[in-house]
Ligand binder design. Structure first.
Ligand code: R7I
Ligand code: MG
Ligand code: MG
Length: 302
């Protein structure tokens, strides 16, 4: 189980770093020679989620918001989109962490994938408690992404991580059953339809068709399904799952990170290729966070 926790966070960071080589490109012929292990805002914010959960022994919105702000101010060049920095400024001016994000996008809040790309630690810490997983996934979204589709995307991604952590990777995974559980979990018609489409497309060989039907964009509903799909059809191999996710094009670092989190949680850290792990920026720190989450989980359940 500990190896699955570490595999999840390391896998997410590796997927981000690989995908960042191709963000915005159609990457049908993948050439990972330029891989440096350097990751982007996706991993930076996932680290923030883990740091806050560990230091508070669970979710504390005001603390997590302050961690996001501190990390952003130290390294604002990580490739953040426009939404989160705007929220950070509002919170610094005194707005409550649970209010600021509602002001974005004409008062509806963001449905970008920023809340889903960072949510893996929530999927780990609450893998055995569906209700708590959902409420903490929503609450951590609320800091920057108040739109219901942004929040639901985070919950669906966290739940997929939880399913992967619980699955026995020594026997075969039934992709249809996995997707069926995700579909049952979501309360949103938009995600239900997308996940259903994932099942229909499981044996589709045309990647452009897959990308067109599931989406590969920065919106949560156009990237979370693509990541879950990439894992589902490539459950047997971390390398294949992440390579496939990145090859769908579009928001490649984020789809890579989310597929990497699910696949890493399924396989454990030993099954992530050495050449990808070795170069990973701050690998030891990310491993340490995953181990501390594991310790926290053991204490909570013990
Ligand atoms: O979601 P967010 O943190 O961005 C994450 C992405 C990932 O790809 C990272 O790798 C990084 O590159 O950025 O940031 P937001 O600004 O909240 O959302 C991202 C984008 O989604 C916005 O800039 C908009 O283009 C789009 N978007 C919306 N567009 C219209 N209406 C998000 N919400 C809306 C909306 O309500
Ligand atoms: Mg990024
Ligand atoms: Mg991205």
């Amino acid at each position: 189980m500990k190896s699955k926790f570490v595999g999840c966070l390391v896998g997410s960071a590796v997927g981000d770093a690989l995908g960042s080589l191709f963000e915005g490109f159609w990457a049908s012929d993948l050439e990972f020679a330029g891989y440096s292990g350097r990751w982007t805002d996706d991993t930076h914010m996932m680290i923030g989620v883990a740091e806050s959960l560990i230091s508070c022994g669970g979710f504390d919105g005001s603390h997590m918001a302050q961690i996001f702000i501190k990390n952003y101010e130290e390294e604002p060049w990580r490739g953040y989109a426009s939404g989160p920095p705007q929220v950070f400024r509002m919170i610094k001016r005194g707005l409550a962490w649970s209010e600021a994000s509602k002001r974005l996008f004409n008062g509806l809040g963001s449905y970008g994938n920023g809340a889903a790309m960072r949510v893996a630690p929530v999927g780990l810490l609450y893998y055995d408690n569906e209700e708590r997983l959902r409420s903490v996934a929503y609450a951590q979204s609320q800091i920057t992404h108040a739109h219901e589709l942004g929040m639901e995307g985070a919950a669906v991604q966290a739940y997929s991580v939880a399913l992967a952590v619980k699955a026995d990777s020594s026997s075969e995974l039934d992709s249809y059953e996995f997707l069926g559980k995700v579909k049952e979990f979501t309360i949103s018609e938009v995600y239900r339809q997308k996940i259903e489409k994932c099942s229909e497309l499981l044996s589709e060989t045309n990647k452009r068709k897959v990308a067109r039907e599931l989406g590969n964009g920065v919106e949560a509903y156009n990237s979370v399904p693509a990541a879950i799909y990439s894992f589902s059809r490539n459950w047997h191999s971390f390398k294949d799952a992440v390579t496939y996710a990145v090859s769908l094009g579009g928001d490649t670092d984020t789809i890579g990170a989310m597929a990497g989190a699910i696949s890493g949680a399924y396989h454990g850290v030993e099954n992530i290729p050495e050449e990808w792990k070795n170069k990973l920026e701050k690998k030891h720190y990310i491993e340490k966070l995953a181990e501390e989450l594991w310790n926290l989980k053991s204490r909570k359940s013990g």
